[in-house]
Design a protein. Structure first.
Length: 72
């Protein structure tokens, strides 16, 4: 799983720390850290909650574009 730089960037754009985002979505700060590192695959429910807090869509934050798809 690749690092989730889109999530990190969206969180930073809202000037939120990992702790603040974690509190807003009711998880531990370490969970947000692991998601950003690509070491944890969150549930769809958590993904949707994160998107709602950050004002983004699932595609904005969690869609991984395959390199082969971008070449077609």
């Amino acid at each position: 799983m690749a690092k989730n730089l889109k999530l990190k960037a969206a969180r930073a754009a809202k000037d939120m720390s990992q702790k603040e985002l974690a509190e807003a979505v009711d998880v531990a700060r370490q969970t947000i850290n692991l998601i950003e590192l690509g070491d944890y695959n969150p549930s769809i429910k958590l993904c949707r909650t994160i998107c709602k807090v950050l004002g983004k869509t699932l595609n904005d934050l969690f869609w991984e574009e395959n390199e082969n798809e971008s070449e077609t």
